[in-house]
Ligand binder design. Structure first.
Ligand SMILES: NC(=O)c1ccc[n+]([C@@H]2O[C@H](COP(=O)([O-])OP(=O)(O)OC[C@H]3O[C@@H](n4cnc5c(N)ncnc54)[C@H](OP(=O)(O)O)[C@@H]3O)[C@@H](O)[C@H]2O)c1
Length: 201
């Protein structure tokens, strides 16, 4: 497994939950990214206070108001890939990580009896297709793309049912960052969980 070496990263939904967890874990890396572009819908709002506090202590965090992103940043991803040594794909080079969910699996309609959440399932299934298309379109530009399921995690979203989710944000982040450090061209276009297991499509 390679070491995850991140020069710059853009995290969406970075004001809370897993997005904020990603920012915190990137800051704790032995060699933190030079730039962490932390995006959220309302950077001045109450729910972005923790992110604002972090940014006031870490000048490498740039907060950007953003709802959804990718086309605007694609030229930068391509440039990052071109400027990195080696021919393979990796997260240390250039990558798009789409936060999907096992709930979006069509082959194994996960926990249907627990919660049907049809529109959520449809959006996450569509996100897998987006990841697949991105992997095909951007492979030649050196950009790796995967859809990742973070596990069932104790966040505002994960905590909504009557059961306590088994994973803390830290558990999920530690697993996901380990998985990200191990990805190569073999995995581009795949659907993986926080432990690196391939999930039914
Ligand atoms: N937690 C789990 O168990 C679990 C399991 C599977 C997948 N996931 C996925 O992991 C991702 C992060 O979830 P989380 O658990 O960290 O949830 P969370 O704590 O509820 O945080 C959700 C984040 O997404 C932002 N957001 C929500 N709707 C948005 C929209 N329409 N446009 C732009 N930003 C929006 C929120 O911003 P505001 O503060 O502005 O609302 C917030 O930053 C999600 O894609 C979720 O589906 C989570």
């Amino acid at each position: 497994m390679g070491e995850l070496c991140v020069h710059s990263v853009l995290v969406t939904g970075a004001n809370r939950g897993l997005g904020l967890g990603f920012v915190q874990h990137f800051l704790r890396m032995p060699k933190p990214p030079q730039w962490i572009f932390a995006t959220c819908r309302d950077p001045k709002g109450q729910r972005a206070q923790e992110l604002q506090n972090l940014a006031s202590k870490h000048p490498n965090i740039i907060i950007i108001p953003l709802r959804c992103l990718l086309e605007a940043f694609l030229p930068l991803l391509k440039k990052a890939a071109q400027g990195s040594p080696g021919s393979g794909l990796s997260c240390s080079k250039a990558a798009i990580i789409n936060m999907s969910s096992y709930a979006g699996s069509i082959e194994d309609v996960y926990l249907w009896d627990f919660g049907q959440v049809v529109s959520y399932r449809c959006s996450k299934a569509a996100l897998k297709m987006l990841s697949k298309c991105q992997s095909l379109a951007y492979r030649e530009h050196g950009v790796l793309c995967v859809a990742l399921h973070p596990g069932w995690v104790q966040t505002d979203m994960g905590d909504t049912g009557s059961y306590k989710p088994p994973l803390t944000v830290d558990d999920s982040l530690q697993g996901m960052l380990k998985v990200l450090s191990s990805l190569s061209e073999k995995e581009t276009g795949t659907f993986l969980d926080w432990e690196g297991k391939v999930l039914p499509w």
